[in-house]
Design a protein around this ligand. Structure first.
Ligand SMILES: [Zn+2]
Length: 180
């Protein structure tokens, strides 16, 4: 069975090397919708795949991008200095922040978060099925498990500024992910 939980964030970026000059040469933002699909082979004691309230770390991860600048690690030192100088919330990431890039990175991290989520109510084989990232009202990118083979980065390549981590309710989940 498949369940879906929707999240959202307001994010800023530049998407280098894309065809649209507006996107590749201007800092701009979108109201992102993120849909997380989770599958299981059986239901827990509450007749659920898993209780949505147990996705609190997934929520924390996605909210880290809210009112944040998503800074591609391959940007010039000049732009990086500028971004860090004038923004408290910066997510420095190993992928270019296209909808596809976000979907892939979110799938990679959320898969790990789910693996680390304790099974406490008789849950079955809970697995990330896909992550869908809507950048506009008319378009989205979706990353499936099989797309994880496209991942060429590791957890330690993702960095959040203190302006982001200071808002986290806890940091243990992130430290656990980094230890992998
Ligand atoms: Zn954009």
């Amino acid at each position: 069975m498949l369940i879906r939980k929707q999240f959202k964030f307001e994010g800023a970026h530049i998407v280098r090397n894309c065809s649209s000059q507006r996107c590749r040469e201007n800092i701009h933002g979108h109201s992102y919708i993120v849909e997380v699909f989770i599958s299981s082979d059986t239901l827990d004691k509450g007749y659920m795949v898993m209780d949505f309230c147990r996705l609190d770390k997934v929520k924390e991860w996605i909210e880290s991008f809210d009112h944040s600048y998503s800074l591609w690690q391959q940007e010039t030192p000049d732009l990086k200095d500028f971004i860090y100088r004038y923004n408290r919330r910066v997510a420095e990431i190993p992928i270019s922040p296209s909808a596809e890039g976000y979907a892939l990175m979110f799938a990679y991290v959320i898969d790990k978060i789910l693996q680390q989520t304790d099974r406490v109510n008789g849950e079955g084989n809970i697995q990330l099925f896909s992550v869908r990232v809507h950048e506009t009202a008319t378009g989205y990118a979706e990353a499936f498990r099989e797309d994880l083979k496209l991942v060429k980065f590791q957890m330690k390549d993702i960095h959040f500024s203190e302006g982001i981590t200071a808002d986290w309710k806890s940091t243990d989940w992130w430290e656990k992910l980094l230890m992998e």
